[in-house]
Design a protein around this ligand. Structure first.
Ligand SMILES: [Fe+2]
Ligand SMILES: [Fe+2]
Length: 196
């Protein structure tokens, strides 16, 4: 498995834990979009049966995450918000190619990288919340720890599909390019109450 080339600053987790009510609508939107993205791949590549199978599973798990975050928000009297563009995802999509097997490769690699970053950030937030006093913080810390494990699985799902459907000689150089791009994008993100 590859590694990301930039680390989220610890201040991000502190800031988000301090502004959790503001963070949750963005988190909910990210889960909903992850589910929709997986279903988009199902519609786009109906003949790739292993991809369809894996993406239905991912879509279902992301939808479950969305539902869980929605319930958390409901308990806290926070409403869902209108869709906001995600600067991180959009910057990565700007580097994505749009035709044939290049498109598939780019979407799978970006899927894996975006899941990886989500995993890193949920794990950080989980540790930050778990370290704070209070039963609610402990529960939320556990919630984010479990989510991180699920996103780690998705990271592997997307990457394995890339290796299955695209020649290895094409996968590795493209992954190398994307990892550099992703590190630059992450380093420029402001610290705010959002996943990215
Ligand atoms: Fe998720
Ligand atoms: Fe995920």
């Amino acid at each position: 498995m590859f590694k990301l080339r930039a680390t989220t600053p610890p201040e991000w987790a502190t800031y988000v834990a301090d502004h959790l009510d503001e963070f949750l609508p963005d988190h909910a939107a990210a889960e909903r979009k992850a589910s929709a993205n997986a279903m988009h791949l199902v519609v786009r590549y109906p003949d790739k049966l292993d991809l369809v199978d894996a993406m239905i599973e991912v879509a279902r798990e992301e939808l479950e995450h969305f539902h869980q975050v929605f319930h958390l928000m409901r308990e806290r009297n926070i409403a869902l918000t209108r869709d906001e563009p995600d600067p991180y995802v959009n910057a990565l999509l700007d580097h994505s190619r749009s035709s044939g097997s290049d498109r598939l490769l780019d979407r799978l690699l970006l899927g894996s990288i975006i899941e990886y970053r989500g995993c890193e950030r949920f794990a950080m937030l989980g540790r930050e919340l778990a370290a704070r006093p209070g039963a609610e913080e402990a529960e939320l810390g556990e919630f984010y720890r479990v989510l991180a494990a699920s996103e780690a699985k998705h990271r592997g799902d997307f990457y394995e599909l890339a290796l299955q459907y695209i020649e290895k000689e094409k996968v590795e150089p493209r992954l190398d390019e994307f990892l550099d791009v992703e590190a630059r994008v992450v380093e420029e993100l402001p610290i705010r109450a959002a996943l990215h």
